[in-house]
Design a protein around this ligand. Structure first.
Ligand SMILES: [Cu+2]
Length: 359
């Protein structure tokens, strides 16, 4: 009963008739929560945000084809073969991985045509593996899990307004995203592993388990948004361009992200969204000499690929009472196509949930 009352009170706060139909209080005026840097603020405005993202991966692919752990262990060459005690094929196979990311952000607009943004991240990775016995065959020796967690890279960006038009029923907006990613995330995370020789040394974890890129990355992009009475829509392109080589001797592949979305919000407090997101990431250049194991994740060539996700989301904007001005968003995305430089773990789904409040 108490829950019902709280629920009813919360619903009343959200639906209380809108006072002003401005950017702060209209759910559909922000992009689905999985999109970053989608909007700008008016002069003097400050916004704080928190996002949580979980990415769930299970099973491996080579290109677009699924491949079993046994196939990987018996047929995929180990690039470190030839060194002492190294088997000819991969002997450790990742089964699944979970990546959790907490993102704390702040935005500030010193003037109408410029919004500054900064975002800190905390990352937590967990990966389950299966180890095959000795140098050949498909006999499983056992399994193990590795974890890494801590600060990820920190992003800072400037959003520069390109245009703002349409006082009537339909309006359009565009801005440039000029971002940098500062390498605050560790690239020296270690964990205890189970080797094919049945030993359990603590080694530097492979690339996908590291928390940052180790390089200063440039993140240029461009964003367009539009809105009408009950709809909003947008498109964004963003690149992640690595500069130089990190201290461990490699650089992650450049990344290109393109996304389009549409939202339906017949009232100011709720909007449903549909989004298409394309991501292309290149392989790793160079190699960390401390990452050398008969596992696909330790091979710089088995990283990156192309992926298209479809996401559905819900944005809520509090209209009154305790939730006035608070925004909540949730978005769930699944890949409809994945072409991986594999063998590599495939993504099964991504969930993003967040809160935003402007002052
Ligand atoms: Cu904002």
């Amino acid at each position: 009963m108490r829950i019902l009352i709280i629920g009813a009170a919360a619903a009343a706060c959200f639906t209380a008739s809108a006072i002003a139909d401005d950017d702060v209080t209209n759910a559909k005026y922000h992009a689905p929560i999985g999109v970053m840097g989608d909007h700008m603020h008016e002069q003097g405005e400050v916004m704080f945000s928190y996002r949580f993202m979980r990415m769930d991966m299970e099973g491996s692919r080579i290109g677009t084809d699924a491949v079993t752990p046994d196939e990987i262990a018996t047929s995929v060459p180990n690039r470190f073969f030839g060194n002492p005690m190294t088997p000819p094929t991969l002997r450790v196979v990742p089964l699944d991985m979970t990546m959790d990311m907490h993102m704390l952000g702040a935005m500030y607009a010193p003037t109408d045509w410029l919004t500054l943004m900064v975002m800190g991240t905390v990352v937590r990775n967990s990966m389950d593996h299966q180890t095959y016995m000795g140098g050949m065959g498909a006999t499983v020796l056992g399994g193990f899990n590795t974890k890494s967690s801590g600060f990820g890279d920190t992003r800072a960006s400037a959003l520069l307004r390109l245009m703002e038009s349409g006082e009537g029923a339909t309006s359009h907006h565009a801005h440039l995203n000029l971002g940098v990613s500062i390498p605050t995330g560790s690239i020296m995370e270690t964990g205890e592993v189970l080797t094919p020789m049945n030993m359990t040394p603590t080694l530097r974890l492979p690339y996908p388990m590291q928390l940052g890129s180790g390089t200063l990355d440039l993140e240029p992009g461009i964003t367009y948004t539009g809105k009408s009475a009950s709809l909003s829509w947008g498109a964004q392109y963003k690149a992640t361009l690595r500069t130089g080589t990190n201290d461990e001797g490699y650089r992650l592949g450049d990344r290109h992200d393109a996304t389009i979305w549409a939202q339906y919000g017949p009232n100011p407090w709720a909007a449903l969204s549909l989004r298409l997101a394309y991501r292309s990431q290149q392989t790793i250049d160079g190699i960390d000499p401390m990452i050398m194991a008969p596992v696909q994740t330790a091979n710089p060539d088995f990283q990156g690929g192309d992926r298209i996700d479809v996401g559905v989301g819900l944005n809520l904007a509090g209209q009154g009472g305790a939730v006035k001005g608070h925004r909540f968003g949730i978005e769930f995305a699944i890949p409809v196509c994945q072409d991986l430089n594999g063998p590599q773990l495939e993504t099964d789904w991504t969930l993003t949930a967040g809160w935003q409040k402007a002052f």
